[in-house]
Design a protein around this ligand. Structure first.
Ligand code: GLY
Ligand code: MN
Ligand code: MN
Length: 457
């Protein structure tokens, strides 16, 4: 019996199990005959002393179950008559639940997650070897966690030791390829979560732009973002980057503790998670609310590169076409601004832009910010398909070298949106926050930043 009143829904199960049932079926239909599939969930991780990091479920496990509790394992045994879909999880425990919050417990887990059977996680070692009996191969995330790899082998060996004349699996197959190809193409329910994450993240960026004024610090803008995420019940999907002035040249700047320079830019890269699905947005805007001509020139160039790159996100195009389009526009613009010399072709051939643009233009996004799925197939950049979602995030990071015109030194600009491939024009999930310089200035002017009280509130 749980200490929880019956009418309070457990927050650790999805509203509907339907999508997860479908995903488990799809995965089982892709597995070779005679398989057993083992997918462990995440454990709580100590931060220091006896304090934990915020719990984050394993993305593969979340995709297949929607279950957001630590210490659970999903086992799929296709064709097993006594039940194919088995979950091991924590039992109800009123004493522990008083300290740590409600657990779904075995009966509710079976029902709400629509699995065939549920067992206590403490019985895993006892039960799992028997589930391998008569099976030929085991699918799991081979190589991701050496301790779990060893554990899988021990379960298999245990079966051999218990019953010498039964068939025990001989083959260990990486699960990633099958499962991650499924995760790469987003279904309507996944896109619903992604659109919500995108909208809340876009609102957070707009809020930071409106709150921004000289005299604030990066930390205060970070607080605006986190407040907007939290009031919508969403954790950040990664550590926010709030990088003002030349801090924007540090690609993974996360200290976010410096005062904003009055006449500088601030680059924000931040997003939140909904149902585990990430948004990932970057915008760059002037602390004062008005771009200087040099800031505007660089910002306009990055935006032009982004628009060309987004336009490549269509079925049948290669993933690399997105990056190539961005690099071409950036190179043309850098030549026009005098930051590169020589012909367009020679500069592209030498990848001269890499002095100012040293990362790729995008990555898959989904349950992981840098989501799973191959980028190349047989050595070739893979073709885009409907309902793949990728970020498109060109940037320029101009250093302080002597040969760079003074007005451009120390400017860092990145503009990043989350783009869905459709049969028609690309869908920008995160497009509701302004990305054009003029629209950013208009939004910033619409707050009451100039009245001396600042902050838009
Ligand atoms: N926020 C991480 C990235 O842009 O890839
Ligand atoms: Mn990104
Ligand atoms: Mn980002």
């Amino acid at each position: 019996m749980s200490a929880r009143p019956r009418h309070v829904p457990a927050a650790t199960a999805p509203k509907s199990a339907e999508p997860h049932i479908r995903r488990r079926r799809d995965l089982m239909s892709l597995a070779e005959p005679g398989s057993v599939v083992i997918v462990p969930g995440a454990h709580e991780v100590l931060r220091n002393g006896d304090s934990h990091f915020a719990f984050r479920q394993d993305s593969d496990f979340l995709y297949l179950t929607g279950f957001d509790e630590p210490d659970a394992v999903l086992v799929l045994v296709p064709g097993r008559e006594a039940g194919e879909q088995l979950l091991f999880c924590r039992e109800s425990d009123p004493d522990r639940e008083r300290w740590d919050g409600p657990r779904l417990g075995l009966d509710a887990a079976r029902e709400r997650l629509a699995v065939d059977d549920c067992f206590p996680i403490d019985d895993l070692d006892e039960i799992l070897p028997g589930l391998m009996e008569g099976r030929e191969r085991i699918y799991h995330a081979v190589g991701r966690n050496p301790a779990f790899d060893r554990q899988v082998i021990e379960w298999r060996n245990e079966l051999r030791n218990q019953k010498r004349n039964v068939r025990a699996p001989e083959e260990f197959i990486g699960l990633d390829h099958l499962l991650h190809e499924l995760r790469l193409i987003k279904s309507p329910d996944e896109l619903r979560s992604m659109r919500r994450a995108a909208r809340i993240s876009a609102d957070a960026h707009a809020r930071a732009m409106q709150a921004c004024r000289p005299g604030l610090s990066e930390a205060e803008l970070t607080a605006e973002l986190l407040h907007e995420f939290a009031r919508n019940g969403c954790p950040p999907s990664y550590l926010p980057i709030v990088a003002s002035g030349a801090n924007a040249l540090i690609l993974h700047y996360v200290k976010n503790d410096q005062p904003l320079p009055d006449d500088g830019l601030v680059l924000i890269d931040a997003g939140c998670e909904v149902d585990g699905y990430a948004a990932d947005i970057s915008r760059t805007f002037p602390v004062s609310g008005r771009f200087t001509p040099a800031q505007r020139a660089i910002h306009d160039l990055v935006r032009a590169a982004q628009l060309q790159a987004i336009d490549q996100a269509r079925p049948g195009r290669a993933f690399d076409d997105i990056h190539d389009a961005a690099c071409r526009v950036l190179t043309e613009g850098l030549i026009d601004l005098g930051l590169l010399t020589g012909s367009l072709d020679a500069n592209l051939e030498q990848q001269a832009y890499r002095r100012f643009y040293m990362h790729k233009t995008g990555h898959w996004i989904g349950l992981d910010v840098h989501d799973v799925g191959d980028y190349r197939i047989d050595g070739q950049s893979r073709q885009l398909e409907k309902n793949m979602v990728t970020t498109v995030e060109p940037a320029l990071y101009i250093g302080f070298d002597d040969d760079i015109p003074e007005e451009f030194r120390g400017i860092g600009v990145r503009i990043e949106d989350d783009i869905r491939v459709t049969d028609d024009d690309p869908e920008n999930l995160t497009g509701s926050v302004p990305a054009d310089a003029a629209a950013i200035e208009t939004l910033m002017a619409s707050s009451n930043r100039a009245d001396g009280r600042g902050g838009g509130r």
